[in-house]
Ligand binder design. Structure first.
Ligand code: ME8
Length: 639
């Protein structure tokens, strides 16, 4: 009877097909893939799910702009995403698309279940809506007219809608965070969520009637289901819940939902509450990873400042990119991507350390022993040191992998790689070759090097399986299956015939590569990526605005809000107070005396207790926000 394996279910977020995926998405998927491969290798029955989140207003708007149907639009992008994952040899077991009938039907069943439980009711929603994020925000969450997640402007929206009784689950959610510290990691994310839930949870608006690219609410077809509710359920609809529960019974609850830190709230508040409502078990753990940033901000499809993984793969290969992503960044923290950091990693760790170790070892076995791995003989202290490091690496890698510390796990492997390189320098096989009396010693050295490389080929398998295969081919062990337990033992090789192959990783001329990459990636402004703008407005809407010119008489920080500046602005005969959220971009001193353009007929508003009458005009210029100034006189009407 075969032993039943323990299951391990890991998921990535399902990505929006709003344009091509960039290296940030690749980072998340590469981590999930490495973990899935690691778990398979260490004996688990793994299910690895990824997919695409294809509904919502944003997709509908883009498709309209491009004059295609939303389905045509997503089909093309999703093909590209699947191609990318194929190129990267991502070992997912299932790819779910939220437009697939299997998902659509199951989401409707899930909606009905929650409705029947009494947790969904009809009401009216008025709030601030951020179209790019597909999120509604309350008055208190919106900061100065901007979305608290992405910082872009939100718009007022009101509609009849269905609500989910999220507030009912507030205490159980708090309990979950407080009594189950592993549920959400890293710790900082957990603390943020505890704070968020403690502020009090509003019921969640879970339907929309202002657009129709979504799954219809089964009890009221005028509405479509809120895209997040639709998307979150993918983790169980892909397992066949509720109508075909074989996989569900086997793999649910998920072991890991791996998500970026900006969507932790959806996964640790809304998703568990939905599951609680359905009386289903919760995922065992949600891990919120950090962002890859470009100098100057988060990479984002809509900002156009992205790094295309395909360019890097074409030039350096899949494994080099995977290694860089997993080794360079600390899980849970943000990291800055630069071409230079990547090229250095590839050169030092891959070309120099690993590539050289293999090519030197194979060349020496060919030169000094006719191409066959010799047996070892008497051992000295240096041999024992190498051996100890080699066979103790696997448990250390395992320990760090189980904490998602990819970077530390790889560092442990490189401790062995570097030790083996040093071992060559210490034992000087070219000197041993000179004396017949040293032949046994030379055999032992070559044997130990081959053994160390064999162990490295097992250890790196979850991260770079193709490189592992190439190493094993050169070491003459290509015909044996990679097994984790083989990394725990030394002295298994004898008489294998090595074969010189191509350099694993060619050495890169960093300066030249930097120039080439710059040419290929191009500065974002030369790529002619259309700007993401708010929906078009009619001339009549614009004509309602009364622009005036004014002079800033004084400017000071708002006493209660770090991001706000309070201006006294003179327009002709009138001086009035206007508040803007630009304290991070401008100092009061540099604003004083500036001639500015004002929206003078904007309804007055209180901002943190102080009245603001009108609005100063600022415009986005790339990442910066700039003030609109003029040389006209105060009080002029601007047409
Ligand atoms: O949020 N650095 O989809 P999405 C690191 N459809 N990771 C990044 C990143 C960056 N710069 N940019 C994106 C959605 N990611 C929803 C998810 S799940 C039920 C629905 C990764 O296409 C990161 O994992 O915006 C982030 O959470 C995910 O892509 C968001 O992808």
């Amino acid at each position: 009877m075969t032993e039943k394996k323990e299951t391990y279910y890991i998921t990535t977020p399902i990505y929006y097909p709003s344009s091509k995926l960039h290296i940030g998405h690749t980072y998340c998927t590469v981590m999930a893939d490495a973990m899935a491969r690691f778990k398979r290798l260490t004996g688990y029955d793994v299910r690895f799910l990824t997919g695409t989140d294809e509904h919502g207003q944003k997709i509908q708007d883009i498709a309209k702009e491009k004059n295609v149907t939303p389905q045509e639009y997503v089909d093309e992008i999703v093909d590209g995403i699947k191609d990318l994952w194929a190129t990267m040899e991502i070992s997912y077991d299932d790819f779910i698309r939220t437009t697939e009938p299997r998902h659509v039907e199951r989401v409707q069943e899930i909606f009905k279940k929650i409705y029947e439980k009494g947790d969904i009711y009809k009401g009216e929603y008025e709030g601030w809506y951020c179209t790019p994020c597909e999120s509604f925000w309350t008055e208190t969450q919106v900061e100065d007219g901007k979305c608290p997640d992405c910082g872009r402007p939100v718009k007022k929206a009101k509609e009849e809608a269905y609500f989910f009784k999220l507030s009912k689950y507030q205490d159980r959610l708090l309990d979950l965070f407080e009594n189950n510290p592993d549920f959400l990691q890293p710790e900082t994310r957990r603390n943020e969520m505890i704070k968020f839930v403690k502020q009090g949870l509003d019921d969640l608006c879970i339907s929309r009637s202002t657009f129709d690219w979504g799954i219809k609410v089964p009890i009221d077809e005028k509405h479509v289901i809120y895209v997040w509710l639709d998307a979150l359920t993918n983790y169980i609809t892909a397992l066949g819940y509720p109508d075909d529960p074989e996989l569900y019974d086997k793999y649910w609850p998920a072991d890991i939902h791996l998500v970026g830190k900006e969507i932790v709230r959806f996964h640790t508040v809304i998703w568990p509450a939905m599951l609680m409502s359905m009386d289903l078990p919760l995922p065992k753990q949600v891990l919120g990873h950090g962002w890859l940033l470009l100098e100057g901000g988060k990479m984002s499809k809509s900002k156009g400042n992205v790094v295309d993984p395909v360019v890097l793969i074409d030039r350096y290969g899949v494994d080099a990119l995977k290694y860089f992503l997993l080794r360079e960044y600390t899980f849970g923290q943000d990291g800055v991507y630069t071409n230079e950091v990547m090229l250095r990693r590839m050169n030092f760790d891959l070309a120099n350390d690993l590539g050289n170790l293999l090519s030197r070892t194979v060349a020496m076995i060919q030169k000094y022993n006719g191409g066959f791995v010799p047996d070892s003989h008497e051992e000295n202290e240096i041999d024992l040191d190498l051996k100890t490091i080699a066979i103790s690496a696997a448990p250390k890698v395992e320990e760090h992998m189980n904490k998602f510390e990819f970077s530390v796990a790889l560092e442990e492997i490189w401790v062995l790689v570097r030790r083996a390189n040093k071992y060559i320098d210490e034992t000087t096989p070219w000197v041993l070759d000179r004396e017949e009396a040293d032949k046994e010693r030379l055999d032992t050295v070559l044997h130990n090097l081959a053994e160390s490389l064999r162990i490295v080929s097992v250890l790196i398998y979850p991260f770079m399986h193709t490189t592992s295969g190439k190493m094993r081919k050169q070491l003459g062990i290509w015909y044996t299956e990679v097994e984790w337990k083989d990394a725990l033992v030394f002295d298994t090789m004898s008489g294998e015939q090595v074969a010189k192959g191509k350099q694993l990783f060619p050495r890169l001329d960093i300066e030249k590569e930097l120039e080439e990459l710059e040419k290929m990636q191009g500065p974002a402004e030369e790529q002619n990526i259309p700007l993401e703008l708010k929906p078009e407005i009619e001339y009549d809407d614009f004509d309602k605005i009364d622009f005036r010119v004014g002079t800033i008489i004084t400017a000071e920080k708002h006493p209660k809000a770090d991001r706000l500046l309070v201006f006294q602005v003179k327009m002709g005969t009138e001086t009035r107070q206007i508040i803007s959220g630009v304290a991070e971009d401008f100092t009061p001193e540099e604003m004083t005396g500036k001639k500015v353009i004002i929206v003078a007929n904007l309804k007055p508003r209180k901002l943190r207790g102080m009245e603001s009458k009108g609005m100063l005009m600022f415009a986005e210029n790339g990442k910066r926000c700039e003030i609109v100034t003029t040389i006209a006189d105060d009080g002029c009407v601007v047409d």
